[in-house]
Design a protein around this ligand. Structure first.
Ligand code: SF4
Length: 355
C-alpha cells in the first residue's frame, strides 16, 4: 500500500464480531457443529459468485448424492454436471472433482489443513484456501473476497481500488494478525456474515452494525459510496440462432458443446452463430433433410455471462424425422440425464407447451 494509505488496525474486530455473530448468524445448511472440510469445500465453491438462497437447494441435493470425497472423486461427469445444472460457472464443478481426485491420490483422502497445500489443489484459490483452513480446521487464515474487502475499505474509509492485489494482500495480512485463538472458524464466518447481512453493497445498515463506532467510512458519511472499484470492461455481445427441434415422437434435439471454452461439454439445443431469417433458418433445416410439419419463431432470450452476453433468437420446428446428427431426448431424459445450462432455460416453455 502506498503513502497516505490508512493504517490498517483491525484489532477491535474479533470481540465485537464474535459476540454479534453468536446472536445473529443465520442457520445455513453448511454451518456445522462438527467441522467437515469436505462440506465446507463444496459449499464455498458453490457460493462463489452465487447467492446463498440459490445455493441452498443445490448444496442439499449435491451432498445427498455425493456425501463424501470418494463419492465426488468417482462420480461420472454426466451426473456431476447434472447436479450442477443451472448453478452456472461449470468449471467450478469440474475443478471440484479434480481437487477431490487429487486429495484421494496425494493426501490419502484427507483434505489438507494447510493453506499452502490447499492452494495446490485444482480450482482452489486464495479465498477458498483461507475459508477451508479457517472454517473447517480453525487455522488463522483469512478468506478475503469482495464482501470482506468492502467491509474493510469502509472501516478504513479507503478509496483504494479493491481490485488492486496490493490492497487485497494488505487486508489479508492485517486481518491475519488479529485472528482470535480458538475462534478462527467463527471469526471468518462473522466477517462474511457482516458483509452479507449488514454491510451491504449499495446500502449498508450501519445502525445495526457492531463496528459502527470504529468505522471511518460511517463517520465520514462515505460508506455507501465505497468501495472504489474500477469499472468492468464492456461485455462482448454474441448473437445466436437457436433451433428448438421436436420430433413427432415428442423428443428434443440436443447436442454436446465442445470440450473447451464456455459451457464446455454441456448439452445444448443446436444453434448457429448470427441471426437467421425465416428463409435462412428453413434452408438450414432443409440442408439436414428435416421437413418441419410446423415452424415458427419463438420469443428471443438473452443470457449474461461475466464477460459475454448471448442474444439468442429461436426457431421452433416440429419435425417428421429425427436427424442422426443429434441426440433426441425425451422431456424426462432432459430433466434427469442431460445437463442443459441455464442460458437455454428461457426457451424451454416454448417447446414444452407447443402442441
Ligand atoms: Fe459497514 Fe456501516 Fe458497519 Fe461501517 S458501520 S462496517 S459501513 S455497516
Amino acid at each position: 500500500m502506498g503513502p497516505g494509505s490508512p493504517k490498517m488496525d483491525f484489532s477491535f474486530m474479533p470481540s465485537r464480531l464474535l459476540e454479534w455473530y453468536a446472536a445473529a448468524a443465520r442457520d445455513l445448511p453448511w454451518r456445522l457443529r462438527i467441522p467437515n472440510p469436505y462440506l465446507t469445500l463444496v459449499s464455498e465453491i458453490m457460493l462463489q459468485q452465487t447467492r446463498v438462497e440459490t445455493v441452498k437447494p443445490y448444496y442439499t441435493r449435491f451432498i445427498a448424492e455425493l456425501p463424501d470425497l470418494p463419492a465426488l472423486a468417482g462420480v461420472s461427469e454426466e451426473k456431476l454436471l447434472k447436479l450442477w445444472e443451472g448453478l452456472g460457472y461449470y468449471s467450478r464443478a469440474r475443478n471440484l472433482q479434480k481437487a477431490a481426485q487429487a486429495v484421494m491420490r496425494e493426501h490419502h483422502g484427507e483434505i489438507p489443513a494447510e493453506r499452502e497445500q490447499l492452494l495446490k489443489l485444482p480450482g482452489i484459490g486464495e479465498y477458498t484456501a483461507g475459508a477451508v483452513a479457517s472454517i473447517a480446521f480453525g487455522r488463522p487464515e483469512p478468506a478475503v473476497d469482495g464482501n470482506v474487502l468492502r467491509v474493510c475499505a469502509r472501516l478504513l474509509n479507503s478509496r483504494h481500488d479493491i481490485a488492486d492485489p496490493a490492497f487485497h494482500k494488505a487486508v489479508r495480512k492485517h486481518l491475519q494478525r488479529v485472528y482470535p485463538e480458538g475462534k478462527c472458524s467463527e471469526f471468518t464466518q462473522s466477517i462474511m456474515e457482516l458483509g452479507a447481512m449488514v454491510c451491504l453493497p449499495g446500502n449498508p445498515r450501519c445502525m445495526e452494525c457492531p463496528l459502527r463506532d470504529k468505522c471511518a467510512g460511517f463517520k465520514a458519511g462515505t460508506a455507501p459510496a465505497l468501495p472504489v472499484k474500477k469499472a468492468p470492461a464492456a461485455r462482448k455481445i454474441v448473437t445466436l440462432t437457436v433451433f428448438l427441434l421436436r420430433s413427432e415422437q415428442g423428443r428434443i434435439a440436443l447436442r454436446k458443446r465442445p470440450g473447451k471454452g464456455i459451457l464446455a461439454g454441456l448439452w445444448e439445443y443446436p444453434s448457429v452463430p448470427g441471426r437467421l431469417s425465416r428463409g435462412e433458418a428453413l434452408a438450414w433445416l432443409n440442408a439436414r433433410t428435416l421437413k418441419p410439419l410446423r415452424f415458427r419463431k419463438t420469443a428471443p432470450h438473452r443470457h449474461v455471462f461475466t464477460h459475454l452476453e448471448w442474444h439468442m433468437a429461436g426457431w421452433f420446428a416440429l419435425c417428421l424425422e429425427e436427424s442422426p446428427e443429434w441426440v433426441w431426448a425425451t422431456p424426462e431424459e432432459c430433466r434427469t440425464r442431460y445437463s442443459l445450462p441455464g442460458a437455454f432455460k428461457g426457451f424451454q416453455s416454448d417447446w414444452m407447451t407447443e402442441k
